[in-house]
Design a protein around this ligand. Sequence first.
Ligand SMILES: Cc1ncc(COP(=O)(O)O)c(C=O)c1O
Length: 451
Amino acid sequence: MIAKLSRSLDTLLADERARFLAEHPRSVAMAKAAAGVWRGGAPMHWMNDWASPSPIFVAQGVGAQVTDVDGKLYDDFCLGDTPAMFGHGDASVAAAVADQIKRGAGFMLPTASAVIVGKLLAERFGLPLWQTATTASDANRAAIRWARAVTQRPVVLVFDGCYHGMVEDAFVALKDGTAVMKPGLLGQVHDLTATTRVVPFNDLEALEAALAPGDVAAVLAEPVMTNCGMILPEPGFHDALRKLTRDAGTLLILDETHTISTGPGGYTRTFDLTPDVFVLGKAVAGGVPAAVWGVTAELSTRMDEARLRIGPGQSGIGTTLSGNALAMAAMRAMLSEVMTDAAYTWMLTGADRLVAGLKAVIAARKLPWSVAHVGARVELVFANPPPKNAAEMRKVLDREAVEALHLWLINRGVLIAPFHNMMLVSPVTDGAAIDRLVAAVDGFAAAMGDA
Ligand SMILES: Cc1ncc(COP(=O)(O)O)c(C=O)c1O
C-alpha cells in the first residue's frame, strides 16, 4: 500500500500512459502491425504484461542498457527477467556462440565443451552429476518425474506463491488455507491438488504435517521465494526443511533459477545447503535457451535402479534441443568467463548501493515500505514489515500501485521486471544507473505524496 496518497493512482496512470504513447510512436506502430500477426500483439503474451500501454519494441541491448525503436535509452534492471543478468551482448558469449554456430548448432551428440561444462557445474555447485534441459521449466519437470520414479511416491510439495515455470504440478495455491488450482490456469483437465500438496513458506509445522503421510516424492522450492514479491526464509528454515525432508524420505529439489543472484554457487553454496537436486536455467547460458539440473551421487544411483526397474522404452524426459552444441558453447563461456567471483563482487556491491538508496527514500519519506534482497536481486515491497508468506504478500501487493511505479520508471528510462518490484544488478550496471533508479523511485513517491 502506498501511504498518504494526495494524487490518485488513476490520474497518475492516465498521465503516464499518455506520455508513453506520445513518446513511443514507433513502438506503438509496431504493436499495431504485430497485432495482425501475433495473437495479443506480441510473440509471447508476457511481452504485453508490462505497465506500458503498448509493448516497448527493443532495438538493442548493450551491457545493462536497452535502446528501443524510438531511440529511448533505458537502464535495464529487468535483464530479460534473468537470462541477461550478467549483461546484454557479453563479448565472450557472443564469440563462443558465433564460433559454434559456424561449426554446427546441434548434432544430438556431445561436443568437447560438454565435458568442460559438466566439470565446471560440478565444481561450482557441488553436485557431481548433471543433465541438461532447454528451459528451467523443463528441468523442473524432469526433476519431478525422476523424483516420482525413484521414490515411487505420487505427491509433490510446493510452497504457496511459488513459480517454477510451465510446470503443471506447481500450479497449485492456497485459498483460505485450502489447496486449489491457480485460478488463471488454462486447459488443465487433471485435478492437480490430488498430487500436489501446498503449504505456506516459513511454516514448518504445516510442512511437517504435509510430509507426514509419507507419500511426498519431492519438495520443489526456491531457497528464497522470488516470484510473489520476495519472501526470505526465516532463520533455521532451511536446516529444518532439509531435516524434515530427509526424515520423511522426501527428495529436496532447489530451483536456483532466480537465486543464482546470491553468489557464484547460488544460495546453495553461499549457505551450505545440501539439496538432492539443483536446478538452474535462464542465466546459465547467457540467454541462449538452456537449463541444467544436478543430482547427488546417491540419487544418481537410485535413478539407475529406477531405470532398471521400469525397463527400457521412451522415458518421456528430454527434448531435441537440450544440451545442444550452441547451448554448451554459451554455458562454457558463461561458467568460465562471465559468472566469475569478480562479477559477483560488483553485483553484490551494486545491490548494496541500491538497497541503501531505496531504504533512504523510504526513511526520508516515511513510507510504509521495505526492501528485501537476495544477493544481486532486490525487491521493493509495499509493506513493512515484509510478508513472511504468500498469503500475507497477496494482501499487500497493490497491483495498481505496482503498475503506476513501473510505468513511472519506464517513462524515466528505467526497466524493472513486470508483475512486482524486482530489480537485478548486473556486473555491468554502473553506480550512476543505480542512483538514477533510486532517484526515479523517489520521484514517484514525491509525485504520489505531493501533487
Ligand atoms: C524460480 C523459477 N524457476 C523456473 C522458471 C521458469 O523458467 P523458464 O520460463 O525459462 O522455463 C522461472 C521463471 O521465471 C523461475 O522464476
